[in-house]
Design a protein around this ligand. Structure first.
Ligand code: FE2
Length: 365
């Protein structure tokens, strides 16, 4: 790096979803995705207005939060957006400096730096707004060794389905409204010191019907990657536009979760009821021409409908879930990287045709 990184980030600290029923959502992420119970806060820990369950799988932490009262930011968020991602929390060494450096460069403050303590030590938190009503919270935890954050107690239910091999957050994608992609690309570049590593336009990503544009922003050290999508004009409604319509604004579209063995992980997820997009048989007729030799048995990949793509550095295996709530909004990607550092551009056409089939069923194409 030529210039000093003014916002060094160690990784994704947690992803917080505001949901209608955190208790049931926690059961879903335990049962279907194999997340392990970690921490809890609610009436029993002295909170009066909300409940949060924290689940973990290797380096991935999800927080599921529900409002207990009708008039709160959480209730309002849930009413507007349905179940959705409110917080993309970033693990930093200095939360005060992260706040100062980003606000100085134009970030809108969300949370002034605050120190929180309990018997396990102290945490410093601060936060800024990003696209839509989504926020980034900076978490400094070097002086803390509790289960999650002060105010949370260990959550130790006896029900513990085993994990599914998910390891870390690979990337998180933001869908922004018409004409806003470059505004948010500039935000990540100017305010957070990220750089643009990949761009796609509607010529790269379009089918007969729908199109989108995307730019991938990466933190200085490459630990955090945020593709930003904007709808593009096609003959029919773009899947990004469908998201924006149902989310009522810009928001996080998908979280990509990495695994070291996608065959095992997808087998587990499917057997537990997670639903994935389905590409046709014909995808596998030509995939070898496009990606060359791979280590995995193509028949096994075909049976599980796992997608393959290659770039200059290697290949990747990936699969996309259907939306995980009733609104066609947030979904998950499961990804295994075998050298490739890209995002599966070669699969977009097949995928979008699959998504269009689903949109057709929803009457939203
Ligand atoms: Fe992705």
């Amino acid at each position: 790096m030529s210039e000093k990184d003014f916002l060094p980030i160690n990784g994704t600290d947690y992803v917080e979803f505001y949901v209608g029923n955190a208790k049931q959502a926690a059961h879903y992420y335990q049962t279907a995705f194999g997340f392990q119970p970690l921490a809890y806060a609610g009436l029993e820990t002295g909170l009066k207005d909300r409940t949060s369950y924290v689940l973990q799988q290797d380096k991935i932490r999800f927080v599921l939060t529900t409002s207990l009262v009708p008039d709160s930011d959480i209730a309002e968020h849930q009413k507007q957006h349905g179940d959705g991602i409110k917080v993309i929390a970033l693990w930093v060494d200095d939360a005060r400096k992260s706040f100062e450096e980003t606000v100085k460069r134009g970030a809108k403050p969300y949370l002034e730096p605050v120190v929180e303590k309990d018997e396990f030590g102290e945490i410093v938190r601060s936060g800024i707004h990003t696209y839509g009503e989504t926020v980034h919270i900076f978490i400094e935890r070097k002086n803390y060794n509790g289960p999650f954050l002060p105010g949370f107690k260990k959550w130790e239910p006896s029900y513990r389905p085993k994990d599914t091999g998910l390891r870390y957050v690979d990337h998180m994608v933001g869908n922004v409204d018409w004409g806003q992609m470059n505004t948010w690309v500039d935000f990540y570049s100017d305010v957070m010191g990220f750089h643009n590593i990949i761009s796609f336009d509607d010529k790269d990503i379009s089918t007969e019907y729908t199109a989108l544009m995307s730019k991938v922003m990466s933190s200085g050290n490459g630990y955090i990657k945020f593709p930003i999508n904007e709808p593009a004009k096609g003959r029919m409604k773009s899947q990004i536009e469908e998201y924006i319509d149902f989310y009522h604004g810009s928001g996080c579209q998908h979280v990509a979760l990495a695994t070291d063995n996608i065959v095992t992980t997808i087998n587990e997820l499917k057997s537990r009821g997670v639903e994935f997009l389905h590409v046709p048989d014909s995808y596998y007729d030509t995939v070898t021409d496009r990606v060359g030799i791979i280590e995995e048995d193509l028949n096994i990949l075909k049976n599980l409908r796992i997608l393959i793509d290659r770039d200059d550095e290697g290949y990747l295996l990936q699969l996309f879930s259907k939306p995980v709530e009733d609104r066609p909004t947030v979904f998950f990607e499961i990804i295994q990287r075998k050298g490739a550092k890209s995002f599966g551009k070669g699969n977009f056409k097949a995928l979008f045709e699959s998504i269009e089939l689903e949109q057709g069923l929803r009457g939203t194409l």
